[in-house]
Design a protein around this ligand. Structure first.
Ligand code: ADP
Length: 276
């Protein structure tokens, strides 16, 4: 069977735990063929590891999209998009590509950085990406921003946010409570417009988890492209990323990436699901 082709529209993380590098590694682990349209290049200050984002010129971005669309992706994933213009173009490119699935990871901050990338981007995501999204994968912060509810503090808050984001057009919503909700388990909430399902795993170490969000969304995309239903895709992706996090490793004094290959190479983690 031919490999499914997945286009990620995302930034480059030079340390390669997150961003398009995480996407490509994850696609490869999950038997799919990854392609990239780069939006920006993230480098790090070697003294402080603060992030420096260099945008790709728009005409170069456009040429990459044209190239990838001509190849014909089966699925498209978005990561860090940078500007409102790129967000709009990413949504259009998905439609032009004729791909079957669109997974939107609504990245708003670089992990480890407090700075929100660009506040106007939230409105652009709501306008240009959510109405087309097969699945959107916000973390708690991003779900609070997209829904307009602000800080989400409880599972009921997550449910309300998921309903609002679904009403904004996303067909399936998975809000990653992750470590942020102060639960003993790692807790994510999935909503398909009718039913809420909680996904939990054990909570693993939190020091070396760089790239967890990108890896989760990339795995979701690969499982979808390879035929799983949206619900089964997010469950499988949570198992994939849980193993990656459990086996995260220290890269230097500042950062430690997840192990993108741990699910295949080291161990499978069980995910528990329950309608709530
Ligand atoms: P983001 O990078 O977008 O903030 P997260 O890191 O919060 O995303 O979450 C990515 C996935 O990893 C989610 O499924 C989340 O529940 C899971 N996760 C995050 N931290 C842990 C942890 N310490 N142990 C197990 N799973 C985790």
């Amino acid at each position: 069977m031919a490999l499914k082709k997945i286009l990620t529209i995302a930034g480059s993380d030079t340390s390669a735990g997150a961003g398009m590098q995480a996407d490509l590694k994850t696609f490869q682990e999950l038997d799919s063929y990854g392609m990239v349209a780069l939006t920006s290049i993230v480098t790090m200050d070697t003294e402080t590891w603060s992030h420096d984002v260099t945008p790709i010129p728009f005409d170069v971005f456009e040429k990459q999209l044209k190239t990838a669309i001509s190849i014909g992706p089966d699925a498209v994933k978005t990561g860090m998009l940078g500007t409102e213009e790129m967000i709009q173009r990413a949504g259009e490119a998905y439609t032009e590509s004729g791909a079957d699935y669109f997974v939107v990871d609504p990245v708003m901050v670089c992990k480890g950085e407090d700075e929100v990338l660009n506040p106007g981007n939230t409105d652009a995501m709501i306008k240009y990406l959510l109405p087309k999204a097969t699945i959107v994968t916000p973390n708690l912060f991003e779900a609070g921003q997209l829904s307009g509810l602000g800080t989400l503090k409880s599972i009921d808050d997550m449910k309300r946010a998921a309903e609002i984001i679904h009403d904004q057009g996303a067909q399936h919503v998975i809000i990653k409570g992750g470590k942020a909700l102060d639960q003993e388990q790692s807790y994510d909430l999935y909503y398909d417009g009718e039913t809420f399902t909680q996904l939990t795993t054990d909570m693993f170490q939190q020091s070396y988890n760089h790239g967890a969000g990108c890896t989760f969304a990339a795995a979701t995309t690969a499982y979808l492209a390879n035929g799983k239903s949206p619900k089964d895709a997010v469950i499988a992706a949570k198992a994939f990323v849980a193993s990656a996090i459990k086996n995260g490793w220290k890269m230097n004094e500042f950062v430690g990436p997840v192990d993108h290959g741990a699910h295949n190479r080291i161990e499978h983690i069980d995910v528990t699901t329950e309608e709530v």
